[in-house]
Design a protein around this ligand. Sequence first.
Ligand code: FMN
Length: 378
Amino acid sequence: MESLKIGNLTVKYPIIQGGMGVAISLSKLAAAVANQGGIGVISAAAIGMTEPGFERNFRKANQTALRKHIRLARDNSDGVIGVNLMVALSDYDDLLRVAIEEKADVVFLGAGLPLKMPDFVIEKGFENIHTKFIPKVSGAKAAKLIFQYWASKFGHVPDAVVVEGPKAGGHLGFKKAQLTDGQVDLADLITETVNEVKVFEEKFNRKIPVIAAGGIYTGADMHKIMQSGASGVKLGTRFVTTHECDADIEFKNSYINSKQEDITLVDSPVGLPGRVIDSDFVHRMKNGETKPFKCPWKCLKSCNFKEVPYCISEILHNSATGNLHEGFAFAGTNAYKATKIQSVKDVFAELVSEYKSVEKVFGQRRVKSTQLMSKMAV
Ligand SMILES: Cc1cc2nc3c(=O)[nH]c(=O)nc-3n(C[C@H](O)[C@H](O)[C@H](O)COP(=O)(O)O)c2cc1C
């Protein structure tokens, strides 16, 4: 298995743990993944909810908690640590600043197109910033838009790009119909994006890895998607059922106890579909029940907090802390495959060995077909 190279950064295994909010992937999971040679990612979304008294100053609590978790991850790992930031967050600029100040190795920028960059980034210059920038998109069109914009405005392009397909957990960048009709294939999205990005690789004379996410669960899945041109994979669901995942055991158990037909879609109040594990709470909300709340801080730019039926950050935080009666668990289509809680070390061992056995079969097939071709030529 080839290592993943993002500029001057080398990641032993091309395995990235997806940032999972609220408080599902914090420093514990991120450090564990980084220690195994992947990229461990802290989710910044509403991370301040893990701080006592966050209601009084949500913005400050977010920055304090993010800084704290980057430092904790660094204390517990010498590996590669990233931060997942949603462009849709109202304090996106503040949290990006913290990630850069704390020298996070990479930032993943999703839930919106990261076109504009805060002044402090432009003033400092990308080349003087340790942190690598990796947008998350749902296809080649969005990737092209971002790369073109950055190239013309900043004379610089992102260091890599994540393409997240329709099978992922969490908020999804597709229409609900596209999520159910089976027409969108991650492999096609990867091939198309690799082709778009090639133009910028040539123009800027550097490799720009395309990373695949959504529905990748085994080493065989990894191998398959990497045949389409992906240089790495980003897995969320698979890392939830680990000892090191920062969520409560009830959250992890909701995966273990789920069946395939329990993985369903909801209309999140932020205006995007979300994939979750079905529950009594999901039924109540689908039946029009509401969960009134006081908004301590309008955390998402797009949230119309006076109209929405519940606060997405609150209910995600409830589920992360084990209260699944008042929240739901985001999950990818593969969540039902979990049968036990494992260590991150075991997950890596399984992924790598499965990948290698598929690669071995491929290698043998390649040798056989080369031998056949040369026999035919004789
Ligand atoms: C529980 C959970 C929470 C997530 N939260 C976020 C989030 O806050 N922001 C984000 O950009 N992506 C989020 N994601 C998406 C992951 O970062 C990752 O891209 C995705 O899980 C990959 O698909 P997979 O779950 O099929 O492996 C979440 C996914 C899960 C399963």
